[in-house]
Unconditional design. Sequence first.
Length: 178
Amino acid sequence: MLKRFLMLLTVVCLFGSIGFAQPLKRQLQTDFKEYNLSGPRLAVTYVTNGKLLVELEENDLGPVLSQFGWHLEYQIKPAGAAPSFVIEFIPMIAGVEYGKFIPNASLAMGIRLPNGLEFGMGPTVSAGKDTAYAALLLAVGKTFDYNGVHLPINLVMATSPDGNRFSFVFGYAINRRK
């Protein structure tokens, strides 16, 4: 019985893949456009708890920090009204209002819908006095497009055992098609 089942499965796989190969190949062909949507970013971050908050307080910093940086974005957009695939790298500095220089870097991968809604996640790392604080970031936002100038507004949550952070991030980018 098992032998017959395996033979039938083999026949279906061999002949089934031959029969469906052409239609699937035609369906998968699409035109993709690549964009570079890099630009400046500003953020306000609130640190809620954990080791990171303790270290901030020990260094006479409050739980609210400004951040300034540059957003490097690479977007692939399929033809038509399909979602775009986005990869972002965002190096920033925080704490300048306290006279401090706290580096932070994030890498986010996500999707931007045709109406501008976007979702992403990835790692983020902030430098501490003697350690680095890694966290998982989850972001949601909307990008408004004004004749090729993109205005993104995002809410970001970074969560880890060392402390949670919430950020409001905004900026702009000029659409530069590759």
